[in-house]
Design a protein around this ligand. Structure first.
Ligand code: IVH
Length: 681
């Protein structure tokens, strides 16, 4: 390929991948399947591998780049980052509105006209300033003390919703955008589960987790932890662009450049509008995918901002209304033990049921023995319960003034409360573990629940309760047993009529087609999460390659360190794991192999001359071209006797007619995607 066309192809691929990252991570509307995305990404990697001199910093392959540095650089903000004034009740807002109205008296022409406010959830994370120069992300700096922050560019670059290069057109040559970096509730929960399994101290809340992640020197950690961002402001802007008249329009403009913005923001009018929004958000709060600690209101008209100005610490045109802390007192009735998938014993507080922020709480994790000792909670204590992060109830500590003599200290059992196997304390770690392995019904159940979960085999209708029943009745002992379940075996279980049994069985059947990455993840190898599983699948391509890989081979995979490599090797050495894998193979589990990773000669398009015509529905013409080239095809613009295939989308015209007259095979969009093996994964 000539140099210009290599560069052009790379540029096209980067643009396309950036657009799909935006569709997936920002707009939440993926346009292509994971497998199609992977294929495009692999194509980019192939070309970059062959021509490393053309790798640029805005390539998606360079999100995790460079060697970790030994320290953070401090950076002075071009425009200081202010904080917010707080209001703790509606009076505070009424007061704020009055001050705004007084200052703007001359501008508010009619007596009854209300000032418009942009209302946004107040995300509980950390403020960041991201600088784009000529559309390219060059620096990301934390708020710090407001005038000087820390350079965390290496970690912010790993956030997939943040474009390395702005999309669209018309952005100013220097654009600093500001927003909150946060960790979603789901990612936070998973991260803490992993920490607990590893015997590490869990993060107290998503905010700490986000802060801890951003303060890592090694960007690989941030890239695994999936942070998010929503924008709510800007810093320096210079160049050929002028701010819109209103705050909300500015944020909308940022969105068109591919920057993530909060979908729950809204323009409201006056103190009563602010109150309505507050009420709505309070109801919605528990269903939001991220943690919020209040609402922020900002005067919408930007011309008013300069009229209102700043105090020493905060703008006079904005205010945060904080939610009251949701803490209540209740009795700690008992501490029970839960046995996790890998045997880790977690103490769980059984509480006198109590409503915290509108949700009944009867259990709360106590994490581990160290945590119980640190908090000094005892069975029988009156304890303070908080819904930390709004999702996970947490015992804050005892109310010592209420402590009675009858309270008891909790101790870890020597034997597993479920299977009676010995319990060991892991060296150097706070974790106690049941040694029963898959002999332990609790571990078996958890393993099965993991196997059918959304990111693993994604078998709908097989909820935790059903899995527990199946395990208790010995209908299913290992994951492969799931595939020999019949409708008859399900009938007779709790709440299982013929229709639901049929549904479950067909869901199990449908789940037989999966991807290698999901398969590996589903096995539940300690510390092999979704991302590592993906990397393993991409690296080794086939299961057999993974099964025979030794530690050195595994260490070549990105994200795989000593411990994970050892876990993988040990896992596959266990005879019972080998049996399960064989059982799954026998049950007919399969996955399509991505064609691009096979030798291209295997592809039905290898060496073929292909013409694309008409408009394709699933992917753009440009992407189709790149995919086909990845499969070894030569894509040309006109139909001739040398053409092997014509791929015709909607409204195909003269090229289709010509192909038909020459007797050249014509494929529909659906047909060629099927043939290429790039089906949904
Ligand atoms: S505006 C000058 N909007 O809250 C304006 N801040 O308590 C400053 N925050 O430092 C920020 N969500 O870290 C703004 N929608 C939002 C916010 C938000 C969260 C954080 C931000 C800020 C802190 C102030």
């Amino acid at each position: 390929m000539p140099i210009e066309s290599i560069q052009k192809t790379l540029q096209d691929l980067k643009k396309i991948l950036a657009r799909h990252d935006n569709a997936y991570y920002v707009l939440d509307k993926p346009e292509i399947s994971d497998a199609q995305y992977d294929l495009l990404y692999q194509r980019l990697l192939q070309i970059e591998k062959a021509h490393p001199e053309y790798i640029t910093s805005d390539s998606p392959s360079q999100r995790v780049g460079g060697q970790p540095s030994g320290h953070f650089k401090t950076v002075k903000h071009a425009v200081p980052m202010f904080s917010l004034e707080n209001a703790f009740n509606q009076e505070g807002l009424v007061d704020f509105e009055r001050k705004v109205n007084d200052k703007l008296a001359a501008e508010i022409i009619r007596q009854d006209s209300l000032v418009a406010y942009a209302a946004e959830p107040k995300m509980d994370g950390l403020a960041i300033n991201i600088r784009y120069e000529s559309g390219r992300l060059v620096q990301a700096v934390t708020r710090g003390d407001g005038s000087v922050g820390e350079d965390v560019t290496h970690n912010v670059r790993t956030i997939r919703s943040i474009p390395l290069e702005l999309l669209g057109v018309g952005w100013p040559s220097i654009l600093e955008v500001r927003g909150e970096i946060f960790m979603s509730k789901t990612v936070f929960k998973q991260l803490n589960e992993i920490s607990l399994q590893k015997g590490e101290k869990p993060f107290a809340n998503p905010r700490n987790a986000a802060a801890g992640t951003l303060r890592q020197l090694d960007p690989r950690i941030a890239s695994q932890r999936q942070l998010s961002l929503y924008l709510y402001g800007w810093g320096e802007i210079s160049g050929d662009w002028s701010l819109p008249a209103q705050y909300h329009q500015t944020i909308e403009q940022f969105k068109t450049w591919g920057l993530p913005t909060n979908p729950d923001a809204k323009v409201v009018y006056g103190a009563s509008g602010m109150a309505d929004y507050y009420d709505q958000l309070q109801v919605k709060r528990k269903d939001l995918p991220y943690e919020i600690d209040g609402i922020v209101y900002k005067v919408d008209v930007l011309a008013f901002h300069s009229k209102l100005g700043f105090t020493a610490k905060a703008p006079r045109w904005a205010i945060a209304r904080k939610f009251p802390a949701e803490e209540v007192w209740t009795k700690l009735l008992d501490v029970e033990i839960q046995v996790g998938r890998t045997g880790a014993l977690t103490p769980v507080a059984r509480l006198q049921p109590v409503s915290v922020g509108g949700v009944m709480v009867a259990n709360a994790t106590l994490h581990n023995l160290d945590e119980i000792a640190r908090k000094d909670v005892r069975i029988g204590d009156t304890v303070i319960v908080r819904r930390a992060g709004d999702v996970i109830p947490e015992v804050v500590g005892p109310v010592l003034s209420e402590r009675e003599d009858s309270v008891r200290l909790f101790s870890m059992p020597n034997r597993c409360p479920v299977c009676d196997s010995a319990v060991i304390k892991e060296h150097d770690k706070a974790v106690y573990r049941c040694t029963g392995g898959l002999f332990c019904p609790a571990q078996r159940k958890r393993a099965l629940q993991h196997f059918v979960s959304r990111k693993a085999f994604d078998i709908q209708g097989l909820g935790d309760k059903l899995i527990n029943q199946l395990a208790d009745l010995n209908l299913v002992r290992h994951p492969d047993d799931l595939f020999s379940l019949t409708i008859e075996s399900l009938l007779g279980l709790d709440r299982m009529a013929e229709k639901s049994a049929l549904k479950v069985i067909s869901a199990i059947k449908a789940a037989k087609e999966t991807t290698l990455a999901r398969f590996i993840y589903a096995l539940g190898i300690p510390e092999v999460g979704e991302v590592t599983a993906k990397h393993l699948a991409n690296h080794f391509v086939t299961l057999d390659n993974i099964l025979i890989a030794d530690k050195d081979a595994l260490l070549e995979v990105s994200d795989v360190g000593e411990i994970v490599a050892e876990n993988i090797v040990t896992f596959f050495q266990q005879p019972h794991n080998q049996e399960v894998i064989n059982g799954l193979k026998m049950a007919g589990i399969y996955w399509p192999t991505p064609q691009a990773q096979k030798k291209t000669v295997d592809s039905p398009f290898a060496g073929k001359v292909v013409v694309l015509t008409g408009s394709l529905m699933q992917i753009s013409r440009e992407e189709a071209k790149l995919l086909l080239e990845g499969l070894g095809a030569k894509v040309t613009g006109s139909v001739s006797a040398k053409t092997d295939y014509v791929i015709a989308g909607e409204k195909a015209g003269s090229k289709l007619t010509k192909a038909e007259s020459l007797g050249i095979p014509v494929l529909s969009e659906h047909e060629w995607i099927e043939m290429s093996g790039v089906t949904n994964g």
